[in-house]
Every structure is written in structure tokens, then in C-alpha cells.
Write a protein that binds this ligand. Structure first.
Ligand SMILES: [Zn+2]
Length: 234
């Protein structure tokens, strides 16, 4: 069907940079096994190693398989399972590296940032930006393609980056505001519908009451119709 359209061009393992374009001759991108049993084994292992995994489309590169999993033609054996995940904390060879990263200042900042809400971070960025001075010749440093011209001082390069981020934040805020408004309109419509439903229910109740009264009075059928028509035409 449309399978060809969706063929993945990159390795699904998180942090792995292998793609069909850069993989080189010795590396291959492997599809999930056809055997359900093996496929499930792969899925269990890969669930925690991939941002998203889809056994029909996702591909895993040769770098995640030990040599014993290949035959003499460098073909993946049917019993092969991915076990090598460099950079992942479960690999013993990279445990030390991860530990250092955990204590690195950058990681500490990331952890602290995770404790703040989006609004708090946005406000903080805005406040910091107010204190940053735009370089005098800033607009001369930026070309028509919104890139910095060669030899632009780092200061101006950073300023452009900040400007772009600020612009993006503003746009995202606008989208959020618009969505909020849409939700408000939908809620208002829902309320209106509820009100008119209530009104309809009330008028049904009053009709029922009228019918009941008429029947109690033992009015003839002709009289009932006459009275109901009079009520309706009001
Ligand atoms: Zn890979």
C-alpha cells in the first residue's frame, strides 16, 4: 500500500545519529523481525531506548547488535536482538560517563528548570532580556536571510538567537491565546445548548400539565384539540 512512503530513513534508537544518508557501507538499517516472538522481544528492549517505536516502520541500525548476532555475510541472524546502546545508562561501559553528566553544571540546571512552570521560565527569560543591551550596529550584523554576516561578534550572534526565540515565544503565546478563545466560544455554545434544552423540557412539562388538566375536566377530544391549538398559536 503506502508503506514505501513511510519508510524510516533513520535509526529509531534515541540519541543514535545513523541515517540511510550517513550510515556508510558497514552499517545497515534493520527492520523488525517477522517472527512475532522475536518482534515482541525487540519491542520490550526498545521501548525504553526509542522516543517512539513502531515495529512496522521503525528501523534499528547495525551498531546496536553484537558481532555474534551476524552471520558470515554480515546478515542479521533470525535470533538477533539489539543489546548495544552507547550513551544509554543501562550500558555498563557508559555508566561512568552518565554519572559525570549527572553532576555536570548543565545537568543540574536542566533539573532545576524542570521544577519551574512554563510561565515562570517565560517571565524569567523576558526579565533577563530587558537587561541585555542590543549591540549598536546590530542590524548591520544581520543579513537579509536573517543569518549573521561573517565576522559578526558573538554578542550580536547571541542577540539574534535571543530575538528569534523571543519571537517564537510571542507566536506560541498567541496560538495559546487563540486556542483559549476557541475553548471559551465552545463552552459558551455548550451553555446555550443546555439552556435551550432546559427551556424545551420546561415547555414539554407545561404541555403535559395542560393535557392533564383537560383530561381531569373530562373535556371532549374536540375541546382538547381546540384548547391546545389556541395555546400553540399564542
Ligand atoms: Zn542506531
Amino acid at each position: 500500500m503506502s508503506e514505501i512512503k513511510f519508510v524510516q530513513t533513520h535509526c529509531a534508537v534515541q540519541g543514535c545519529k545513523t541515517t540511510v544518508f550517513n550510515k556508510g557501507l558497514s552499517t545497515l538499517l534493520h527492520q523488525f523481525p517477522t517472527s512475532v516472538d522475536m518482534r515482541n522481544k525487540w519491542l520490550v528492549i526498545l521501548r525504553s531506548k526509542c522516543a517512539s517505536v513502531d515495529w512496522l516502520r521503525s528501523k534499528i541500525c547495525s551498531k546496536h547488535f553484537e558481532n555474534k548476532h551476524f552471520d558470515h555475510q554480515r546478515k542479521l541472524k533470525e535470533t538477533a536482538i539489539p543489546t548495544l546502546f552507547p550513551g544509554s545508562s543501562s550500558s555498563s561501559t557508559t555508566k561512568k560517563v552518565t554519572k559525570v553528566a549527572e553532576n555536570s553544571p548543565r545537568d543540574k540546571i536542566d533539573r532545576m528548570l524542570n521544577t519551574l512552570t512554563q510561565a515562570e521560565i517565560t517571565d524569567d527569560i523576558r526579565n533577563t532580556m530587558r537587561m541585555i543591551k542590543i549591540p549598536d550596529n546590530f542590524s548591520d550584523c544581520v543579513g537579509d536571510n536573517l543569518q549573521c554576516i561573517p565576522d559578526t561578534p558573538v554578542e550580536a550572534q547571541l542577540m539574534l538567537l535571543i530575538k528569534k526565540q523571543d519571537h517564537l515565544i510571542t507566536r506560541l503565546k498567541q496560538v495559546v491565546m487563540q486556542n483559549k478563545k476557541h475553548v471559551e466560544v465552545l463552552q459558551k455554545n455548550l451553555e446555550d445548548i443546555r439552556t435551550s434544552k432546559k427551556e424545551m423540557e420546561q415547555s414539554i412539562e407545561s404541555y403535559k400539565y395542560i393535557v392533564k388538566c383537560l383530561q381531569e375536566k373530562h373535556a371532549t377530544l374536540e375541546e382538547q384539540i381546540e384548547i391546545l391549538t389556541a395555546v400553540e398559536s399564542r
